[in-house]
Design a protein around this ligand. Structure first.
Ligand SMILES: [Fe+2]
Length: 306
């Protein structure tokens, strides 16, 4: 067992302007399951996730992301990372157990990009959770796009160079892939805390704290095609795809929830080991890096955020 410390992004809280419409998007179309609901929040999970929930939708006047939370291997990691974040010069807040149903205490801090990052260890198992005794491939037959789990976020914000320093030196992420300017300044970074091609990506942007997309994993390329069929059948607002990324190699399609938050469903991507070198793209090759088949950028993809 080699993976310790930060394991994966385990929870994201997304602001939506109409909870009912958002539930249609994330449950009926994307294929997540609702595990609970209160006054202004709904709690969702993917079929393959063991923890209580991975997506919180919160009713708001604006769209966007409130926070992304990463799960830690053990409780002692919370104190370890709190000390390191403070030593980097960033303030840490404490969120008591129970603020999210099923979740223990969390710590919260702002990354140099202007996004709230949280860390936690304790979370209850989901009920029902995926089978573990003579397990079937799914406990309930999938619906909608059959998203298996919350996978990663792309976050657009300020100061990517300092964000890179923070995530690699303080939070122990690896830089798997980057886009850099001619002078070597990083403009976009893909960061992994495990063996995925990325767990979070940051892109330099004029305003801090913006959400570019929340991504959910599908089984394969055929499932991405099935997602495209659903997008057209229900006339969902599409951004681009089905296509493939050069960066990460994911097979993908992007569309918008009714509040304007971008959703990605994707399959595949390269496997990363911590001894692998960082892959690098220059701005001239960016079209192929972002959309490998089209080989050119899409204005909406580069500029629309929530
Ligand atoms: Fe993505």
């Amino acid at each position: 067992m080699a993976m310790k410390g930060i394991l994966r992004p385990g929870l994201v809280q997304i602001r939506v302007m109409d909870i009912g419409e958002a539930l249609t998007h994330y449950v009926d179309r994307l294929g997540l399951y609702k595990v609970g609901e209160e006054d202004r929040r709904a709690f969702l999970k993917g079929a393959d996730e063991f923890d209580h929930h991975s997506v919180t939708l919160v009713q708001s006047d604006t769209a966007g992301m409130d926070f992304i939370a990463f799960k830690l291997f053990e409780e002692a990691d919370l104190d370890h990372y709190e000390a390191r974040v403070k030593a980097f010069g960033i303030e840490v807040e404490h969120i008591p157990a129970g603020e999210q149903p099923g979740y223990g205490r969390r710590i919260a801090f702002m990354s140099p990009s202007g996004h709230m990052i949280q860390l936690y260890h304790q979370v209850e198992l989901s009920d029902p959770m995926p089978d573990i005794a003579n397990p079937d491939i799914w406990p309930i037959e999938p619906h909608g796009m059959a998203a298996r789990r919350f996978d990663h976020m792309q976050l657009n914000g300020t100061d990517v160079p300092r964000t890179l320093e923070f995530f690699t030196n303080v939070l122990d992420f690896s830089l798997t892939e980057k886009v850099e300017a001619e002078d070597g300044t990083p403009l976009a970074i893909w960061l992994s805390c495990g063996m995925k091609a990325h767990d979070v990506a940051f892109v330099e942007f004029p305003t801090p704290g913006a959400m570019h997309h929340a991504a959910f994993e599908l089984s394969d390329w055929n499932a991405v095609g099935h997602a495209a069929d659903i997008i057209t059948k229900y006339d969902l607002s599409i951004d681009i795809g089905p296509t493939r990324h050069g960066i990460t190699r994911g097979r993908t399609i992007y569309f918008f929830d009714p509040s304007g938050n971008r959703t990605e469903v994707f399959a595949e991507g390269f496997t990363y080991y911590p001894d692998h070198p960082t892959r690098s793209w220059d701005t001239k090759a960016l079209g192929k890096g972002i959309f490998y088949y089209q080989r050119q950028l899409n204005e909406k993809f580069m500029t629309v955020v929530t």
